[in-house]
Write a protein that binds this ligand. Structure first.
Ligand code: NAD
Ligand code: UD1
Length: 338
């Protein structure tokens, strides 16, 4: 029995494919390389000492999906494929709705036609908008502040409606907090496109000399040191969360959302210090204006995921930073040849 992994060549997808292979699963990846390359999958197979099947193509291509379902014994789908840059989503929202929402609807239609009803979806803590309090529980009200976030909430709504319409569906909505880090081998990691939006890749690019200094977006938030607080989660822990979710959807039907986070918040300056400690590199930074749309503080209450999925983040902030640095320093150009 095979797990179809859409977007499996990307950052979280590649780490998840590795965990799936190591757990003895057969893996079929569908990716259009919009934000990745075949090199990540080559390395995943090297690390696992096992092969996966790979098809270059788009989740919006219904004929291709139908052929994948008819030619492979697919039991469940882990769905990472999509666009993820918040700023870009405000400039080209239609591309985001097309890829993330229409693409997912096409995928779900193909699953239904093939009678495959187990679905694990990459949602995001962005669906909580600006939470009125922390830690954040799954039951908190949902709202969004940008088109990217809206695509995640729309897909969640589609999934809830679908599960309500037909009890054969079994769907896990995984609300990731802030994924960071890389595989400890240093062979796979995140390759941001252009200037990184996210904090950790920006810090590692400063450390390697590709960027001059980190801009710390505001030090006047209502947080212990005034800088933004987030729940940073090691990508390997996150990958393992998908295995736990697959177990769950094999046992229970319906549509359920789970927070995947550590439950601990760190500030931007905590992250700078932790990186300096792990890498031995000093990080130059300037305090600048707040980034529009940012919130002060966001961290998970992860107890539901622990109780229901048997999943808990295990890795420390030091490991996250050491692994990020190993990946960045050993692969200064990401997966491109150096
Ligand atoms: P990524 O860009 O590294 O991976 C996404 C993969 O999907 C890429 O390999 C890309 O080429 C592929 N893809 C995009 N559109 C496609 C399409 N139409 N058809 C086929 N393949 C397509 O991103 P990631 O960080 O690994 O994120 C994976 C998922 O998790 C995304 O849905 C993202 O929105 C979600 N997510 C990510 C974060 C984060 O901080 N990285 C946080 C919350 C949620
Ligand atoms: C961003 C996205 C969010 C997405 C999440 C994980 C926005 C508004 N939100 O959230 O939708 O789910 O990534 O991919 O983009 N920071 C700096 N300097 C930098 C970069 C970041 O100070 O150069 C600060 C930010 O202000 C924030 C923290 O670092 O306080 C984390 O930022 P980031 O990694 O972009 O994640 P989020 O803002 O949580």
């Amino acid at each position: 029995m095979t797990v179809l992994v859409t977007g499996g060549a990307g950052y979280i997808g590649s780490h998840t494919c590795l965990e799936l292979l190591q757990a003895g699963k057969d893996v079929l990846v569908l990716d259009n390389f919009a934000n990745s390359s075949a090199e990540s999958l080559k390395r995943v197979q090297e690390l696992a000492g096992k092969e996966l099947k790979f098809v270059e193509g788009d989740i919006r291509d219904r004929a291709l999906l139908d052929s994948l379902f008819s030619e492979n014994d697919i039991e469940s789908v882990v769905h990472f494929a999509g666009l993820k840059a918040v700023g870009e989503s405000t400039e080209i929202p239609l591309d985001y709705f097309d890829n993330n929402v229409s693409g997912t609807v096409t995928l779900l239609q193909a699953m239904k036609a093939a009678q495959v009803f187990r679905f694990v979806f990459s949602s995001s803590a962005t669906v909580y908008g600006d939470p009125h309090t922390v830690p954040i529980l799954e039951s908190f009200p949902l709202s969004v502040t940008n088109p990217y976030g809206r695509t995640k909430l729309m897909v969640e709504d589609v999934c809830r409606d679908l599960a309500a319409s037909d009890e054969r569906w079994s769907i896990a909505l995984l609300r990731y907090f802030n994924p960071a880090g890389a595989h400890p081998s240093g062979r796979i990691g995140e390759q941001p496109n252009g200037i990184p939006n996210n904090l950790v890749p920006y810090i590692t690019q400063v450390a390697i000399g590709q960027r001059e200094a980190l801009n710390v977006f505001g030090d006047d938030y209502d947080t212990p040191d005034g800088t933004g607080v987030r729940d940073y989660l090691h990508v390997v822990d996150l990958a393992i969360g998908h295995l736990c979710a697959l177990q769950k959807v094999s046992k229970q039907t319906g549509c359920v959302a789970y927070n995947l986070g550590t439950g601990t918040g760190y500030s931007v300056l905590d992250m700078v210090k932790a990186f300096e400690k792990a890498s031995g590199k000093a990080i130059a930074y300037n305090i600048t204006a707040r980034r529009p749309g940012d919130i002060a503080c966001c961290y998970a209450d992860p107890t539901f995921a622990e109780a229901e999925l048997g999943w808990k983040a295990e890795k420390t902030l030091d490991q996250m930073m050491a692994d990020s640095w190993r990946w960045q320093s050993q692969n200064p150009n990401g997966f491109a040849p150096s």
